[in-house]
Design a protein around this ligand. Structure first.
Ligand SMILES: [Zn+2]
Ligand SMILES: [Zn+2]
Ligand SMILES: [Zn+2]
Ligand SMILES: [Zn+2]
Length: 537
């Protein structure tokens, strides 16, 4: 750990760290499942179970794999259990009968502090997390106040003064606790990156941010011991060199260049967003202006904000923004003739994205109708698949289509889902480096779709769409995609972890496809042999 003038505390490589190696592996100091995942996940080890989880008979809110997981969680859940029961009794409606994951996670932090002692290293590490409460924007302050009120109610306190039993002696202390929590929370994710809750780790919070990070934070589910899960890991996405000479650092800082090459950086935000949205998100929650190469360099064309060349030379142009000068293709210098048509499409796309995202769980069909209508419009305006908001719309469209797939689906729906999954991967791979877990998961999804047994076409496929390969050719495409996905998963979820739970799952599919392809090859061979034999006769 080193302190730099520009970026504050940070973590640096002492030895060469190879891509795909696990830099840190630990159980978060605290975590909580989001309310909607409380029934499907164990509250102690975060495993999912098909055979059903046992429910705590007192609060009837949390579930566990077995009595071992329940016992492991009991020292904290004992206190949490009665708080949950009281909360449910006074809840105004059924869907408010469980407090949010943030409230429950904060509750666990305070109970653990009491248990460990306020002078313990555990409590000191939590207290040492950065707080930005003096520089927060008004609506963040409002959210934090709301969170604080809910927490007081959850803990069953009659006034904030009662917080002294948790070592909180003033309103400032309390505001700091909330601000520290909000600023230093990490998403708790499934092995395929679905956010299922929140987690806190003071050590992992020490990593500084880059929009093109050399390391990522994942929960690959690699431990054989449930008591160690959920295991939070920081994994190198590329080789990170040791930085033996601190003087180089100072030189780089003097030239106001960040020394990304040796500092281990993770990302705090979604790095598929364009610069203006990334900067806004970082300012709002973390109160700093990012100086990374991606945010700093005005010369590079960012695929997150790009359109295809109007003369179709294969090059890209920066997407026009409202105030920008004429946009030119970087390759052939052709000028974009209709910038307002494109800026309009960008605005409409942004609105459709916000709307479809907000209704995806409540009105699936309407969300799907929105994404189905808007994507062709953005494509015809020339947006590349990596351009915002086309990329997140493609991602949303894909997940909506995936949730409509069923065992007796039509061939057309499956093929359409495969096409959109391929486009999604194409967009992501223009932005994220090889082995980035987001990209790796998208490729694994595409491979799994290609490996699905083809249903019989109901009608003949529309002639205006390039048809996908079928039969053995499709199986071969599935195989090659999954082999490639496995390579990426081994980086993003760690080589020692065998690519995490998803990597292991893909390995099994690859092995069974190998067998199936073997049968196919054998089948073709036999048919050829029969033909040859018959022609000889
Ligand atoms: Zn469990
Ligand atoms: Zn309980
Ligand atoms: Zn940046
Ligand atoms: Zn061009």
């Amino acid at each position: 750990m080193r302190v730099s003038e520009i970026s504050g505390r940070g973590l640096w490589a002492r030895n060469l760290i190879k891509a795909g190696s696990v830099i840190i592996s630990l159980r978060p100091y605290s975590f909580a499942l989001a309310s909607r995942y409380l029934d499907s996940h164990c509250s102690s080890c975060v495993a999912t179970s098909n055979s059903g989880l046992l429910r705590c008979t007192r609060c009837r809110t949390v579930r566990y794999c077995n009595t071992t997981c329940q016992t492991n969680d009991w020292s904290l859940h004992r206190l949490e259990c009665s708080a949950l029961t009281k909360w449910a009794k006074s809840a105004p409606s059924k869907n408010l009968s469980v407090p949010s994951d943030a409230v429950r996670c904060l509750g666990r932090i305070l109970w653990q502090k009491q248990k460990e002692g306020f002078d313990s290293s555990w409590s000191k590490e939590i207290d040492a997390l950065q707080s930005h409460r003096h520089s927060l924007e008004p609506h963040v302050v409002e959210n934090n106040t709301h969170l604080a009120h809910s927490l007081v109610r959850y803990l069953g306190l009659s006034s904030p003064g009662d917080l002294s039993e948790f070592g909180i002696l003033s309103a400032g202390d309390f505001a700091d606790l909330i601000s520290r929590f909000v600023t230093n929370t990490f998403a708790l994710t499934s092995p395929s990156l679905t956010p299922v809750g929140v987690s806190v780790s003071p050590l992992v919070a020490l990593f500084n941010h880059s929009c093109d990070p050399g390391a990522v934070i994942v929960f690959p589910r690699s431990s054989r011991n449930p008591a160690e899960e959920p295991q939070m890991q920081v994994i190198a996405l590329r080789d990170i060199s040791p930085n033996e000479e601190a003087s180089i650092d100072h030189l780089l800082e003097a030239l106001s260049l960040t020394s990304d090459r040796c500092q281990i950086l993770t990302s705090y935000i979604d790095t598929t967003l364009p610069r203006s949205l990334r900067q806004a998100a970082l300012k709002e929650t973390y109160d700093f202006t990012c100086q990374c190469e991606l945010c700093h360099d005005d010369n590079i064309i960012d695929p997150r904000e790009s359109i295809w060349c109007p003369k179709s030379c294969g090059g890209m142009c920066p997407a026009p923004s409202d105030e920008s000068e004429p946009c030119q293709c970087v390759k052939c210098r052709a000028v974009v003739a209709t910038p307002t048509f494109i800026t309009d499409a960008l605005h409409i796309g942004q609105e459709a994205l916000a709307k479809a995202t907000s209704i995806q769980d409540t009105d699936h069909d309407k969300a799907l109708q929105l994404t189905t209508n808007i994507i062709p419009r953005l494509v015809s305006a020339g947006l590349t698949p990596s351009c915002h908001p086309l990329l997140p719309l493609i991602g949303l469209h894909k997940s909506l289509l995936l949730s409509s797939l069923s065992a007796d689906m039509a061939q057309e729906l499956l093929d359409e889902t495969i096409r959109i999954a391929a486009k999604h991967y194409m967009g992501l791979s223009a932005i994220l480096r090889d082995g980035h877990p987001v990209r790796a998961v998208a490729l694994a999804e595409l491979g799994k779709l290609l490996a699905v047994d083809e249903p019989c076409p109901v009608t003949s496929p529309p002639t205006n769409i390039a048809s996908l390969p079928s039969g053995p050719a499709r199986l071969k495409a599935a195989y090659e995609t999954l082999v490639r996905a496995r390579h990426e998963l081994m980086i993003g979820f760690g080589r020692n972890n065998d690519g995490g739970e998803l990597g292991r799952n893909i390995r099994e599919t690859v092995v069974s496809l190998e067998k199936e392809l073997g049968v196919w090859t054998q089948g073709i061979h036999n048919t050829l042999q029969d033909l040859l034999n018959s022609s000889r006769k």
